[in-house]
Design a protein around this ligand. Sequence first.
Ligand code: PLP
Length: 395
Amino acid sequence: MTTKPATAPSTAASTAQQDWAAIRSRFPVLERKTYLNSCAYGALATDVITALQNYINDRLAKGTDWNYWVARNDGARLAVAAFLGAHTDEVAVTSSASAGINSIASALSFDQPRNKVVISEFEFPTNAQIWYAQELRGARVVRVPEENGYIPIENFEAAIDEETLIVAVTQVCFRNGARLDIPAIVEVARSKGALVLVDGYQGLGTFNFDVRKAGPDFVVGGMVKYLLGTAGIGFLYVRKALIESLVPTVTGWFAQADIFAMDTTRYDPSPTARRFEMGTPPVVNCYAAEAGLKVLAEVGLPAIEERIAELTAAIIEEAKSAGYSLAVPEDPARHGALITLRTHDENALVSCLEGKNIVTSCRFGNLRVSPHFYNDHGDVETLFRALRQKRHLLV
Ligand SMILES: Cc1ncc(COP(=O)(O)O)c(C=O)c1O
């Protein structure tokens, strides 16, 4: 097991200095499609394709090598830790965001009076459903309401109190793209003695986010979207000071202090965040995750954030000048990479765009347009040219 402190990702070059055309050429799907759906899947980089091929090559070359598999799992852990600004001991490599949330939930006791779980109306289903499942164990779930497509901090202040055990919230809403003020939510929760879990799946990889500065106790995410990896792998960050006080009751052999002790007489959880893992790791996905995070580190989060801000501003501007109705807040501090437009028929619009080789997605009546750093202004123009022809489908 690795115990190395993670180093910060390289902050390569600013947007102006980047060779965006060269970066774009590393994503082959962009030669065939106008790809604006990173909120669902990130585009596959040649680096990630090579990493997946390496998995096959290693299997063929080595036959069996469990220690090498553990090393690949630790490679993904190290890459996640560097990306988050965390220590490797604070990161569990999981098979999904859900697995991380479940592991934390299993380690909590919902004893009265502190048995309240505060979630929001912006949650992805999994982060609501898992906490509702804890009502079977004594939890009380409270949902913070949205107001006109956003959730102001006052709504969290009204919900979080001395009975709150944990506040479990999304960073960016998967439905409309609204971005919550996580540091402000952490401050309110701390003042009431509550823990904070952030579901960073729709935000991480699109703007700078340092776990230590933002201050949550737990962060979950996954690799298939803006982190450029693949499905079937996620991660859980747990603030170091909390790790040994949390004993998950959902567990497995990869969560033990010594994975290969093979002890069938007791439960001996790892002293690190590996205690929140379970069985055989998603090894093939670890290869992809490490490669995807390496591309992000190479380009650098500051340049990625700037690039996405330019593209999302262009999308909002185009939408406004065409008179379309935005479902996402316009304020750049209140949205992420996901920009949403209200539609009369979301599925019809997505399939019309698909017919023109433009990849988008939809949820709850909204067209979801989600650029990443590999997109360019030409992609935005292509999208709006197509949308003008389907004006009747947009609100
Ligand atoms: C905000 C958010 N959380 C979680 C998930 C998925 O979680 P899991 O890895 O458990 O499937 C998604 C996926 O689409 C998401 O958008």
